[in-house]
Design a protein around this ligand. Sequence first.
Ligand SMILES: [Zn+2]
Length: 272
Amino acid sequence: MEAQGQQRPPAIARSYPESLAKTGDLIMKSLSSFSRREFVTLAAAALSLAAPKGVLALVQKEESGKTGPPVSPDDAWRNLLNGNGRFVKGTPSSPRRSPEDFRGLAEAQYPEAVIVSCADSRVAPEILFDVGIGDIFVVRVAGNVVGGAGAVVKGSIEYAIAELNVPLIVVLGHSACGAVKAAKQHIDAKDSLPGAINGLVELIKPAVAQSKGAPGDALENAIRENVEIGVERLKRLEPILAPRVKERKLKVMGAVYDLRTGIVTPVEPGKS
Ligand SMILES: [Zn+2]
């Protein structure tokens, strides 16, 4: 993620002891050339070498977003889109994958977006958005189902919002999704799929039913409808998500990833 504008430096300047002045000075001199995330990683890495653990924890607590979202929802989305653009062109920057990066994040995380995506092996959010370790909080479940998925999926998303103050949730469907395809194939059949697959597919059937008869490709329509249903469910999810959406601290949006082009396209509500 490139320059994000919202550099919020110096929790450090207020909290670290004199003995760390040198490290801090070096960091401060470098601030203007680093994004917020790069700064946090650098600071955490530098302090982990020099600082008592309590100081590091204090810095990270301040940087963990308790005082406000690290970036705006729109900035977070722009960062994802920029990364997807690099991925599509075949020029990924593959950021933040070095030992310095993961060491720097060992005690805290600062993801900028929650991605609720399908478990499909071809839909790997960190890769298709060209982001690095700690950048996105990914919840993957076949068919990217939210409604009816139970406490595990919703609780994972709520954790990211309540505890990590993430400003953006993207429900990410994808073309040719096998889970949606199964729901479409079995919606009128009285047959039952084996194991728990049946229960999963049942959760997607409403998307197939609601998009039935719409112009265009029926499977693509159902895939978009399934995303929209997930977005609407999350926007209204009390008590953690809905109030934040109303206060515009959190944005919930849908998008679809195209397996052939690699392009992520936002889903516009009502166009399924
Ligand atoms: Zn899928």
